[in-house]
Unconditional design. Sequence first.
Length: 339
Amino acid sequence: MANTKDYAIATLGSHSALQIMKGAKDEGMHAICICQKGKSQPYESYGVADEIIEVDDFNEGFFAIEDQLIAKNAIIVPHGSFVSYIGPQRMKDVRVMHYGDKGILEWESNRTKEREWLLSAGLKMPKIFKSGEEIDKPVIVKFHGAKGGFGYFIAKSPEEFYEKMKQHPEEKDYAIQEYIVGVPIYTHYFYSNLTGEMEVMSFDKRYESNADSIGRIAAKDQIDAGIETSYTITGNIPVVIRESLLPQIFEMGENVVKEAKKLVPKGLYGPFCLEAILDPKLNFYVFEISARIVAGTNPFTNGSPYTWLRYDVPMSTGRRIAREIKTAIECGRLEEILG
Ligand code: AMP
């Protein structure tokens, strides 16, 4: 049997790295954290990494130490910041072993492809408006690559849209999406392509500035002060969902995985997240998929109410990933989970 001690799990020190490192250690694997110079303190303080490698930056710096990682038989666990720093195009240049099919990250990061994928999986999505002229109901305007939701705005008419766009003269790449009134629910899935089983790990909602505090001011004062809503992500809040919605949650995840098998050779497996607004009639409007671990799993480093039902140890998503990698190594099936 192959020895997991001959391998390591590595990721960039940001996003959900604490949880990924801790999960790797809990599963008895060597954990390597690649940190930007001057930003390694959390990883040292929490003692989650066996090894810290410092780099000048997360792009060229990563490629500069790639041979070191290869020599250690490291397996990269990609997270949101990893994909964003390396860039979906350059992901293909990554030579070190990579958990997950890289091809699916391209479907995730291209809005048109992403929509095609989710609609073919039978999911409801907010309507997309091709131009400002078409706006006939409240919309949310999102800038591509906007760092964590900063700058998004709401408009309800073409006039309001063009007026607000004046504040973003440099932005050419944006989406005008129907604004769904409801509550955000982010579902964290884990699909094992070793066993063919789908798990629902946890749920979160985001803590966004200023959207999550604007209700503390009376509507009149908001208008008087000319306050605009923004959606800058600052953290995540755990959620448990009404139990009768769970069958639908499982079905949505399974349909997305089934469709992904038609898109890229190995499909979608491991952790992923469907980001949705749940309206008062209990319709899920999915507005995005993340085809890798999301930071919304961070409240659950000690497991979630759901993983506690299934596992007899605290099972975070980070630890679930490490367990999958460990199982694959031990069963001689590592090739199946790399991409
Ligand atoms: P995103 O950057 O696409 O994840 O969106 C940032 C935030 O905007 C989300 O957390 C939601 O609270 C909100 N949001 C995004 N899309 C919609 C939508 N179509 N309708 C209502 N709220 C949305």
